[in-house]
Each structure stands twice: as structure tokens, then as C-alpha cells.
Design a protein around this ligand. Structure first.
Ligand code: UDP
Ligand code: MG
Length: 327
């Protein structure tokens, strides 16, 4: 029997942790062939989340596990902590606010049984979300898919079920500035997407301000793309080319109208040309910084995949013990 471990990052979610447990409990009442537990990660909440978790653990016992941060480290850190403290065969990543409907779990299980390593929820409507937020998010996906090696699916959330081999791969990426959505795409493995309708938050407020989201999108972009650094080289080269073209024009113009010579063109040309050269050199330095930046992440050079469902079944003993084949 496989054990599903649900990892839930929580920041000021005192009103949500218990209802979430109950909702998951209801779903698992209909799932007979899987064990389950929830691993809450209290991300330095300033409300009664921790007390609520302690109370819940007393009532519900071992199905409730939690770890608690010394302060608020952010959702990405909470996800990392949850994944690295998870021990079971299948891990589900879920928000605390019930915006990720637990009713999708049976569908996820089906996907995993079909042989996928990852099964994710994909939002088909953005009901209840400000228009500008949807538009910007669409733009973000468009750009990021074009300029980086990642492929992010429009509306694809980080509400996912993953096999242990995928979780292990994610944990191999130990970079500090984490962008889990991108990391989950970077490690590879096929994802099956299950569509779902956007749901309003159960209680409390979203932790994301508009600018918070913009910052998040930017850091996601920077984490995977070195394009801004490389763009500098292009900018410099374009300026140098413009300077050369302008020089040729001025030269011809001076030949045709010798009486108009003032000298201003020489000064502008010098400025343009030198400016262009300096920017190009900055771009070249940027190329090196881009490489240093990527090297510093110490990402794995490759990620192996145990392929078929059968192979995986063979390598997982009962009760979630993982054999050498998968380790
Ligand atoms: N969260 C967290 N640390 C933070 C901010 C958020 O662990 O610093 C958790 C939060 O408790 C929730 C999830 O991340 O379980 C998603 O946050 P939220 O619902 O505010 O984001 P939204 O659904 O609006 O994108
Ligand atoms: Mg939410």
C-alpha cells in the first residue's frame, strides 16, 4: 500500500489548517488502497497557526505532522522544507487555504498509476481574479517560455502529486533563490494536467500583494534566464553599428557640403562610439557573470528516470521503503 504525504506550507492560516485536514479526510474516506498523512510547514506564522497545529495533532494523531520555522522564510523555503522532510512514496504539494481542491487527489492517483511521475492541477478559469493580474500572468508565461529552457503551462499550479524520484530530483537543486514551478519543469518527467476551476480562499487573506507578485515573477525569470545580462551585448553592438552608420553619413554629407562643417558630428560620433564599446564590453563581462551565476547554483548535470510503472513498482517495497534501485 502506498502512502501519500501532503505537504502544506502555512503562513497565518489558523482558520484553514483544521478545515483542510477535514476536507482531505473526507476525500480519503473514499480511497481505500492508499495511506495518507499531512505534513504542515508553519512558515513563521504570527497568528495561532502553531497552536492550532498542536491541537490538531492531539486530536488526529500521527496523520498530522508539522515543522515550524523560526521566522517567515517565504513559501518557497516552506516548500523546500516540506519536500526534504517528506519520507513517503507519493508527495502532494497543496496550499493551506483550500484553493487547491483535495477532491482532485483520486485523479492524481490515477495519473500516477498510468505511469506519470507528476500529476498537477491546471486552472482553467481565473474567476475572482483581477483582470490586470490575469493579463500580467499571461504575459509572464509567454515571455518565460520564449527566453528560457523552461516550459511553464498556462494556469499550471504547484498543486501536484509527485513520485519520490521526482521529489528527490527537485531536492538536488539546492539553489537559494528558489522558483519551484520552474524547478519542477526543469527536472523533466512528464506531467499530467488535470483541469480545475478557480476556488476562492476558505478564510484569511492572500499573502500576495500586486507588487509581491511582480517581484516573484521577476525572480522566477532571473532564476532561469540570463537574458538580461546577455541583452547588454546586443545593446552595445547596436550602438556601435549606429555610430558607424552615422559616421559614414556625416562623411558623405561633409564631402557634399564642405561649407557647412561645424565639428559637432565628430563629438557626437566619439561619444556614441565609445559608449557603444563600453556597453559591449560590459555585455561580455555579463556573459561571464551569467556563467558564474548558473555554475553557482550547482544544479545536477543530469537527472535519471526510472521509466516504466512496472520498474517503479518493483523498486518500491510495501510501506514506502525505497530500495537501492531508486536510491
Ligand atoms: N505561504 C507561506 N509563506 C508565505 C506566504 C504564503 O507558506 O510567506 C503559504 C500560504 O499559507 C498558502 C500558500 O503559501 O498556503 C499560498 O499562499 P496564498 O494563498 O496567500 O497565495 P495565492 O493563493 O493567493 O496565490
Ligand atoms: Mg491561496
Amino acid at each position: 500500500m502506498k502512502h501519500i504525504e501532503i505537504v502544506v506550507p502555512c503562513y497565518n492560516e489558523e482558520a484553514c489548517v483544521a478545515p483542510l485536514f477535514e476536507a482531505v479526510e473526507r476525500v480519503f474516506a473514499g480511497i481505500k488502497d492508499h495511506e495518507w498523512s499531512i505534513l504542515y510547514v508553519n512558515d513563521g506564522s504570527r497568528d495561532g497557526t502553531l497552536d492550532e497545529l498542536k491541537r490538531l495533532k492531539e486530536v488526529k494523531g500521527d496523520r498530522v505532522q508539522y515543522i515550524s520555522f523560526a521566522r517567515n522564510f517565504g513559501k518557497e523555503s516552506a516548500i523546500y522544507a516540506g519536500l526534504s522532510n517528506s519520507t513517503w512514496d507519493l508527495v502532494v504539494l497543496m496550499d493551506a487555504d483550500l484553493q487547491h481542491p483535495p477532491e482532485l487527489i483520486p485523479e492524481f492517483i490515477k495519473g500516477i498509476e498510468e505511469g506519470y511521475d507528476c500529476c498537477g492541477a491546471c486552472r482553467v478559469s481565473r474567476k475572482g481574479e483581477p483582470l490586470i493580474r490575469s493579463a500580467m500572468s499571461r504575459m509572464f508565461y509567454g515571455i518565460i517560455n520564449r527566453v528560457t529552457s523552461m516550459h511553464l503551462v498556462q494556469g499550471g499550479s504547484d498543486y501536484r502529486m509527485m513520485t519520490r524520484q521526482m521529489v528527490k530530483s527537485i531536492l538536488l537543486l539546492t539553489e537559494r533563490e528558489r522558483f519551484t514551478k520552474g524547478i519542477m519543469s526543469w527536472v523533466g518527467f512528464e506531467t499530467k494536467w488535470i483541469p480545475y476551476e478557480n476556488v476562492e480562499r476558505y478564510a484569511g487573506k492572500t499573502k500576495w500583494s500586486f507588487f509581491g507578485l511582480v517581484r516573484y515573477a521577476w525572480s522566477g525569470f532571473i532564476a532561469f534566464a540570463t537574458t538580461p545580462l546577455r541583452a547588454v551585448t546586443w545593446l552595445g553592438s547596436i550602438i556601435v553599428l549606429a555610430a558607424v552608420a552615422f559616421a559614414i553619413y556625416t562623411f558623405i554629407d561633409a564631402l557634399n557640403h564642405p561649407e557647412q562643417r561645424t565639428g559637432y558630428a565628430t563629438i557626437i560620433l566619439m561619444l556614441l562610439f565609445l559608449g557603444g564599446i563600453i556597453i559591449t564590453i560590459l555585455g561580455v563581462i555579463g556573459e561571464y557573470i551569467a556563467r558564474i551565476y548558473m555554475e553557482l547554483k550547482h544544479r545536477p548535470i543530469y537527472i535519471e528516470k526510472i521509466n516504466t510503472v512496472k520498474e517503479r513498482k518493483d523498486s518500491v517495497h510495501s510501506d514506502g521503503e525505497v530500495s537501492d534501485a531508486e536510491n
